[in-house]
Design a protein around this ligand. Sequence first.
Ligand code: UGA
Length: 434
Amino acid sequence: MRLSVTGCGYLGAVHAASMAELGHEVVGIDVDERKIADLSAGRAPFFEPGLPEILTSAGATGRLSFTTDPAAASGASVHFIAVGTPQKPGSNAADLTYVEAAIDGLLPHLRPGDLVAGKSTVPVGTAARLAAKVESVGAILAWNPEFLREGFAVKDTIEPDRLVYGIPAGENGVRAKALLDEVYATALSKDTPLVVTDYATAELVKVSANAFLATKISFINAMAEVAEATGADVTHLADAIGYDGRIGRRFLNAGVGFGGGCLPKDIRAFRARAEELGVGDSVSFLRDVDEINLRRRKRVLDIAHEELGELNGKRVAVLGLAFKPDSDDIRDSPALDVAVSLNGLGAHVVATDPEAIANSRAKHPQLVYAESTAEALEGADAVIIVTEWKEYRALDPVAVGEAVAGKVVIDGRNVLDAAAWRAAGWTYRGLGRP
Ligand code: UGA
């Protein structure tokens, strides 16, 4: 099947390569020439485990190409829209400029009966509005949200845990479903659950899923705040409530909170859209979710103050810059935020990350970066773990103790063995842990 994918960022590049891996003939389109040059050469323009392998394996068989020319979409029967919908500057709402531009760019190249399948996260009501444009050239619009997680994006795309089609009523809907079924034939043959619904529900499924995940994280972080006031241990609490199958242990890791290009902006855009629709009260709790989340970053700074006193001139090793491990993405990263804030408070921050230094340096050239963990730890008065990369979780407190000047560790992700670090002479501070 011939497919086009407009937008080759974290979502689109993975989608294009994964669809080619599954046997489709795919062209990826993006306005960013550097990104297209990288992808055309089989290089992933960002860190995503498994992506380099499928870029070259699919490319090798000649099914995958990348271009900046929207005309290359001609001849494809399904056209995915995978561009970003960032937060609008100065507002909570989503910026739909790129979605509009992608659709406008595609229109001249669509044939009657082609399907445009939106994957971008959009405010509810967007698809219904865009459908008129797409239908004006005889094509059909579907909304087909994506649930991939960075770090697992290839696996999540090739083996999704569910598929959602938001389709129009009538004949167009029948054709849209048939085309999407053909795209996802491999996943459907493995009994992947499929929900076929209308546009508004498909759009809401995506934002409500992210709102739920954000709420779950902020719930446990709220419990961490209560634990801090009472001497309780939020990690034990999470284990204990997580054994209840109705609650579940996943996404109950208290720490410095959620970040990334999705959860923070999606809950804000959801609030903005709900307010427009006159149902702002229904999701007003998302403001608390956001505030709890941002408070946890501040808490790390407070603990640093408590342990180090005056921060001015203190050398602090910040381990982690990406918003989560196995990613180089620093969008709204709590880790980078903590590093920048500490630096702003006068601490001599030396920050490191296995993959996210280049992105961090481009955004915050004022920070001092160390290419290795050992270099970051050298002579530190305190060590702060803010992204739980495997290599940080595995640090040996005895060996690290020999490199640093002061044995204070702040575990912003609650991933270290507190007893082992204390036994090695460290002052250990977690979030929501005694
Ligand atoms: C999230 C959703 O999980 C995906 O399903 C969705 O497709 C994606 O957004 C999107 O909308 O595109 P992602 O942003 O890759 O995926 O990252 P998550 O794994 O959800 O983590 C988000 C943040 O929450 C990270 O900063 C992570 O460190 C934090 N987190 C996660 C916690 O603080 N505690 C937890 O228990 C889990």
